[in-house]
Every structure is written in structure tokens, then in C-alpha cells.
Design a protein around this ligand. Structure first.
Ligand code: LLP
Length: 427
């Protein structure tokens, strides 16, 4: 067998030469490392599922979902959280076991609820009383009893971008602890013939580096477990503590191992349950970004370069906000490298501009790179989460392909969209 020597000036990912991947599949291109995803799943198994009894983990598929991803997650022994009929449909079509699916959402439609009931989704996280009634009537019509958790707004502020903070009092998600709403909801659930209330869920926010919000929320939730036991006699069997574990994007991001969060969550639940003399519930976590964020990169080709003397140099790439809306939405910053110039000195300063007709379509300001020219391949790192899944067709730009790499082998898992595909629903 001929051994191919790696080219030192090229960037390798998952054992593959990214410059070759750009040639083979074209750009923009999402590349996901299966090895990296599997390592993270192993960390979940070793440091959480095996370490603590009576625990479950589900992957928050909103971060990155394809049928192949469902197959990987199933093989790795983890469940899936979905938030829409479309995500549920993807899991269904991939043959993902429905009992391992948790269905979220603050305004599930009747059709989505029917789909979940019909397909025996494992848990439905009920967000409000309207949904509870709707679910009960659908379950009745199908002659089924659905297991649910109530999503609770714990009233905890997390230190992250306003758009991805969810646990504060003023949130569109979940049942507030203020007033008597939760007592009513629990009573109503207990009285609903086709509902079995298993426990509670909370999610404090996303891209967190500090476990204090999880700890605060857990304390509030275990107190709620105690209050509900004392006032209504309701015994909580399950507590879902959400996701939110942060990853590395850019200097200053202090990402932590999973156990930094999960140990704190488990220890706090144990202590608080002991304090109130409660039985330990089954504890569930649902990381999304943490599992796939650093597993993905995006490849772009450099085109036009515009130098405004003494002001700025804009480097135009063949993608932008349609494949990565995060810089425009959240001011997100990414590390960027030049895949074909890995050992050249970084002596120029550029701004990477997307190709949309929109001044805000800038993917990265003030990037130090080697001298660039048309045809160079730029790589944005840590784009595995909330990039493919949030991509749009703005400016009628087709979405990029997705390639999975593992141990030096690449395989296409999502084809690049075509212009014809863009018009498929137009009459
Ligand atoms: N569970 C629930 C109920 C959630 O709402 C979320 C995320 C997660 C789990 C997973 O959170 P993660 O582990 O990924 O932080 N588009 C934004 C992120 C939105 C997150 C929404 N909910 C971004 O690009 O930063």
C-alpha cells in the first residue's frame, strides 16, 4: 500500500487533508469529525452515565442534526432531544428508537403533538397548561398514556448572550415558579387520564463556562420537588437539568470538561435530596453544542480582495451569513486559519466578508493571516454546532454540503443544494 505523506503546509482534520476536501467537494463545505463526536460521547458515558447510577443523556439535536448524526448517536448509546416536527421526522427516518427521544418546544403545534403521540416519543417536555390539555386530548384520541416532564423557569440568570439565556424569570420558556401556576399544573397533570407526570426539566442557557447557574437551578428544583411532595404528595421521578456546557471558540473561552458541570449537578442533587429526605430522581443531561461544536469546521475559498488604503482589507469568501449566522446574530468570534498556507508567516491583517448583500455579513474582523490570494482556503474552526442547523438560503444561496471525516476517510453525509432544489416548492 502506498503511504501518502502529509503535506506540512496543509491543515489536516480527522486525518484528512482539508485542501483536498475543498477540491473534491467544493466550498463552502462543512466538515464534521466523527472521531471527535465519538470521543465526546465516550466522555459522557465514562464521566456521567457509568459514574452515576440512574442517569440518562440525550443529545440536543438542534445543534446539528442529520440522519447520519442520529445513527452515530444511537450507536454511542445516547438519546436525542428534538424541538420540532422536522427534527422528530429526521430521527424517525433515521430509525432512531422513539423511546429515547425527548420532545421540547414552547409552542408545539397540534400536528407535532399528534406526531409525537402516534410515534410513542419517550418523553414530552410540557411547557405550559395549554399544551398539557392539548396533549391529553390527543393522547386520549390515540388511546395512549404519555410520559411528560414539566419545563420549569427556575428564575436563574446565566452569564451568556441575552439571546441564549433561557432560565431567567422573564423568559418565554417554561412554567414560572411565581404564583400558584405550577401547583395547578401538577394537579391537572395528575388528574389527566392520558398523562403520566414523571418530573421536571430546566435549561438555564447556552455556552456557559461556570456551573453556578446549574447549581442554583438544581437547588431551586429540588426545593420544588420537596414542596410538591409536601403539598400535593407528588413524588418526582426524573429531573432533567438541560444542556449549556460551553466550548472553545476564541481566546478567553475557558471551556471545561463535562465532569466540571455534571459532578456539580450530581453532588448538589444528592446533597439537596438528603437535606429534604427525598429519593434521588433519575437525572438527565442534554448537551448540544458541547458534543458537536468543536467537531466541525467550515471551509471557504477566497475570491475578491479589496484593499482600502489605511483603512481595511476585505477578503471576500464564497459563503457567509447563510451558512453561519452566528457572528451577525450574537457577535460570535471564530478562530480562522489558512488551510493551504499553514507554515507561512502571518503578516497581513484582513476582515473576512461574506457574499451576502448585507453590510453586517462579516464573518471575522481583524484576522492575522499570511498574504492571501484568490483560491486560498480559509477554515473557520468550532463551527459544528448551530451553523448547519441555522443555515438559510438568504440571497437564494444553496446550503453547503456536509462531509463526515474519520481516521483519514471522508464521506458525504449531506449533498450540496442546487439551484433547482431551491425552486422545488415554487409554483
Ligand atoms: N436543552 C434545551 C431545552 C435547550 O433549549 C437547549 C438549547 C439545549 C438543551 C442545548 O443547549 P447547548 O448544550 O447546545 O448549549 N443558536 C444558539 C444556541 C441556542 C440554544 C438553544 N437551546 C447559538 O448558536 O449559540
Amino acid at each position: 500500500m502506498k503511504v501518502i505523506e502529509p503535506i506540512s503546509s496543509h491543515f489536516y482534520f480527522g486525518g484528512c487533508d482539508t485542501v483536498q476536501l475543498a477540491k473534491k467537494y467544493g466550498t463552502p463545505l462543512y466538515v464534521m469529525s466523527e472521531d471527535y463526536i465519538c470521543e465526546r460521547c465516550k466522555e459522557i458515558r465514562e464521566d456521567f452515565l457509568k459514574k452515576y447510577e440512574n442517569t440518562k443523556a440525550v443529545y440536543a439535536s438542534k445543534a446539528f442534526l442529520t440522519m447520519e448524526m442520529c445513527r452515530i448517536i444511537e450507536r454511542e448509546g445516547i438519546g436525542i432531544d428534538v424541538v420540532s416536527g422536522g427534527e422528530l421526522y429526521t430521527a424517525l427516518k433515521a430509525g432512531f428508537p422513539m423511546e429515547k427521544v425527548i420532545f421540547h418546544g414552547n409552542n408545539k403545534t397540534l400536528e407535532e403533538i399528534e406526531m409525537a403521540v402516534k410515534n410513542n416519543v419517550g418523553r414530552i417536555v410540557v411547557d405550559n397548561l395549554y399544551e398539557l390539555e392539548l396533549l391529553n386530548s390527543v393522547a386520549q384520541a390515540f388511546g395512549k398514556k404519555m410520559k411528560i416532564l414539566f419545563r420549569i423557569t427556575p428564575g436563574v440568570d446565566s452569564h451568556t448572550h441575552k439571546y441564549i439565556s433561557t432560565g431567567q424569570v422573564d423568559s418565554k420558556f417554561g412554567i414560572p415558579l411565581k404564583g400558584n401556576i405550577i401547583n395547578e399544573a401538577i394537579k391537572k397533570a395528575i388528574d389527566s387520564s392520558n398523562i403520566e407526570l414523571m418530573g421536571f426539566h430546566f435549561h438555564v442557557g447556552s455556552q456557559l463556562f461556570d456551573n453556578s447557574s446549574h447549581i442554583k437551578a438544581v437547588k431551586i428544583l429540588v426545593k420544588l420537588m420537596n414542596d410538591m411532595k409536601e403539598s400535593i404528595g407528588f413524588i418526582t421521578k426524573e429531573l432533567n437539568t438541560g444542556g449549556g456546557f460551553g466550548i472553545y471558540y476564541f481566546e478567553g473561552d475557558e471551556s471545561k470538561p463535562l465532569r466540571y458541570f455534571t459532578d456539580a449537578i450530581m453532588e448538589t442533587i444528592k446533597e439537596e435530596c438528603h437535606k429534604y429526605d427525598l429519593l434521588m430522581p433519575t437525572v438527565i443531561i442534554e448537551p448540544g453544542r458541547w458534543l458537536v461544536g468543536e467537531a466541525g469546521i467550515t471551509l471557504y475559498t477566497v475570491g475578491s480582495i479589496k484593499e482600502i488604503p489605511n483603512v481595511r482589507t476585505y477578503v471576500g469568501i464564497d459563503g457567509g451569513m447563510p451558512d453561519n449566522p452566528r457572528p451577525a446574530l450574537y457577535g460570535a468570534k471564530y478562530e480562522v486559519i489558512v488551510a493551504n498556507k499553514m507554515n507561512q508567516e502571518k503578516n497581513s491583517l484582513v476582515t473576512v466578508a461574506g457574499k451576502c448583500c448585507e453590510s453586517g455579513d462579516i464573518l471575522r474582523y481583524d484576522l492575522k493571516v499570511p498574504k492571501l490570494e484568490a483560491g486560498d482556503i480559509l477554515i473557520f474552526k468550532s463551527t459544528g454546532a448551530y451553523n448547519y442547523s441555522m443555515a438559510s438560503n438568504y440571497n437564494k444561496i444553496p446550503r453547503p454540503a456536509v462531509v463526515m471525516v474519520s481516521n483519514g476517510i471522508d464521506r458525504l453525509i449531506v449533498k450540496r443544494e442546487t439551484y433547482e432544489y431551491l425552486l422545488r416548492n415554487e409554483l
